[in-house]
Design a protein around this ligand. Sequence first.
Ligand SMILES: [Ca+2]
Ligand SMILES: [Ca+2]
Ligand SMILES: [Ca+2]
Ligand SMILES: [Ca+2]
Length: 438
Amino acid sequence: MKFVTTIGARSIAVLFVSAAGLLSQPAPGSCGTDLTPQFATQLGPLSTKSGLSKQSLLLTNQGPITKGTVYLAVYGLPAGITPIDFTWNSGCTALPGAYFFRIYLGYQNQWEANATLKVALQFSNPDNQPFRFSYQVLKGDVLPSPHAVPGDFDGDGLADLAVYLPKTAMWQFWYSKSNAQSNVVFGLPQQDRFLLGDFDGDLKADMAVYRPSTSTFIYRRSSDHVDVQIPFGTANDIPVPGDYDGDGYTDIAIFRPATAQWAILQSSTGTIQVLVHAPVGPFTVVPADYDGDGKTDPAYYRPDTRGFYILQSSNQQLRVIRNAALIGLPFAGDFTDTNQSSPATYDPNTGMVTIITPAGDIRQRQVNSHQRPVCGNTSADVGDEFATFNAQAANWIIHFEMAAPVPPPFVLSANFGTPGESIPLLAIPSSLSSPLVP
Ligand SMILES: [Ca+2]
Ligand SMILES: [Ca+2]
Ligand SMILES: [Ca+2]
Ligand SMILES: [Ca+2]
């Protein structure tokens, strides 16, 4: 991404980015269930040119329909050969040195019987040496699923600068991968509220809105550009999409304040899960993955107690994080590069940002007051950055390394959006369509 103005050395790093944001680590020791005997494999020829090797595999499912994330584990590579675009390095002991490639199974996340999929592999091969490798087809039932980086519409692992114009339902994008910009109208002007999510699980954000008049979720699948409408819930529900079942596909979900119910349409099963997580008094919903298990946790913030109330998906226990400094607009982001969200607030009156790290440490930054807060992963590291958006000027200021005890001077400034009309897509907390409920 090329920014209009750059301040500080970090701008160089931003121009050389990778899909590092997609990396996550599997649980040690677990490699998933071996499905290799179920699949017939046809290996394409290995071609090497200028230090880059390519080989394709055709995998045919000779068994029953397989639902859920499937990986190709590649191992036994000679020294000097490194796969490109893999999902993660192996942390499993059964396949030492294995690289995992996620096989995208479409918006339904299933592999039909007798269906064939092609997996195209690329390797860095500086010496142009001939080589072979071993592989396994693995069901990812004990592995975490990769997730799209929120706000990453072109799938390069970095959030794109993007805004929504409520007056015209116009979406404006500045893609980090190509540096191109585009405008798309999606939704109904003045009515629909934009949402964030990757509903078809292709690791690209989808344009999505919630239509309060009909309680309908509408999204455009980035994988095939088909629009999907799903009525869910009733009037006065708050849309809270997230990946609550952890399969890498965003789930349609609502929070119903009257009954304290979180109703989640689980993408992995198609069934509705209802959780009760009750706020008392004024609150804002702030679902995120606070315990780092790859599943969104229902959560809310209470300004009266300055606390985050998190229903942890890993153990179904309530965790309360309170701190007198948690004042203003609540949000959550992975500021410690641990795939774990930290509770945070931005006080529009003072410009103070407060973060409580997973270790319980407090981090504070003084930034501009009276801005729209934004949070997303715009740089090549794993975690999120905090940014402010000036609506009048359509100016972004991105602050790096929020988790460091001492703030380093890494700041980027960019002008993007339509001055006076834009809401940044990663805006907090309007991305959840959740104004403070008195
Ligand atoms: Ca991107
Ligand atoms: Ca998508
Ligand atoms: Ca899901
Ligand atoms: Ca979680």
